[in-house]
Design a binder for this molecule. Structure first.
Ligand code: CP
Length: 306
């Protein structure tokens, strides 16, 4: 199957067939002979207007592992953004220095604007509370690797479902498969109504609850998320919900056999470190899968993987 998209901005831009193609490409690249030369001569620019460890470093690692090079900034204060340069102007400049651009920005829609301006491929590494499509792809890849399938699973998403771009992207992607969803959040941090309406309209079997214990009993995948202090307009509202869910290894004694615990990371306190050594924990493996998934995405968008 070919791939005719220039950019990766939202998971909504992709069909189920295209998503499966990207996942198959990740599997293929893992064992590809000569992959260390696949992107030789290509330059990746990473423009991060917000902090990141996993997304930026795994994209850079992916490019280096495929033989390419990287440039960019991890803090706009050290770039001409601090002098007032617009996003469009920055993109017009950086596309002259690189073959593909990965951007993280606090404003929803910023990556789409960058893609409209750029002639080189743009990858959205997170735009505000909106979308984080490459996280979703590595999440799906992790589910596929750890459970052997994407259909017939119950996936519980826990924590900040209101501002969490990872769960917004993931819920949409999973709606393309036969997935039962459980949304676990305090009332003030529930999934946005428009997303709930969309999922219900597509006939998704979904439950909203505040009980983590109930979800643990029926989930195949427990997708924990951080309560994101930085997204709250009012700190008082954050103080009311911080620490609301803390998963411990003791709580996993009631879990369904084979439950896998995922988290996009970073975590604060929502998963106790005593979960790390359990056979349920796959969140460090999930972060590592990000390199493979992003290798595949760079190779596809740069026309080196068919
Ligand atoms: N999962 C994720 O986006 O992590 P970073 O914020 O460290 O990139």
């Amino acid at each position: 199957m070919g791939f005719d998209k220039k950019d990766i901005i939202s998971i909504r831009d992709f069909s189920k067939k295209e998503i499966l193609y990207m996942l198959e490409s990740a599997k293929k690249i893992e064992s590809m002979q000569g992959r260390e030369k696949l992107l030789r001569g290509k330059i990746l620019a990473t423009l991060f207007y917000e902090p990141s460890t996993r997304t930026r470093l795994s994209f850079e690692s992916a490019m280096l592992r495929l033989g390419g090079s990287t440039t960019g900034f991890s803090d706009p204060k050290g770039s001409s953004v601090a002098k007032g340069e617009t996003l469009s102007d920055t993109i017009r400049i950086v596309e002259g220095y690189s073959d593909i651009i990965v951007i993280r920005h606090p404003v929803e829609g910023a990556a789409r604007l960058a893609a409209d301006t750029a002639h080189v491929p743009i990858i959205n590494a997170g735009d505000g509370a909106n979308q984080h499509p490459t996280q979703t792809l590595l999440d799906l890849y992790t589910i596929l690797k750890s459970k052997g399938r994407l259909d017939g699973l119950t996936v519980a998403m826990v924590g900040d479902l209101k501002y969490g771009r990872t769960v917004h992207s993931l819920a949409h992607a999973l709606s393309l498969f036969d997935t039962r969803m459980i949304f676990v959040a305090p009332e003030s941090l529930g999934m946005p109504d428009d997303l709930l309406d969309e999922l219900k309209g597509k006939g998704v079997d979904l439950t909203s609850t505040a009980s983590l214990k109930d979800a643990i009993r029926s989930a195949d995948i427990l997708y924990m998320t951080r309560i994101q202090k930085e997204r709250f307009p009012d700190i008082v509202e954050y103080e009311k919900v911080k620490g609301v869910y803390v998963l411990s290894s003791a709580m996993l004694s009631s879990a369904k056999k084979g439950l896998k615990v995922m988290h996009p990371l970073p975590r604060v306190d929502e998963i106790s470190t005593d979960v790390d050594a359990t056979e349920n924990a796959v969140y460090f493996e999930q972060a590592k899968n990000g390199v493979t998934m992003r290798e595949a995405l760079l190779a596809i968008l740069l026309g080196r993987l068919k």
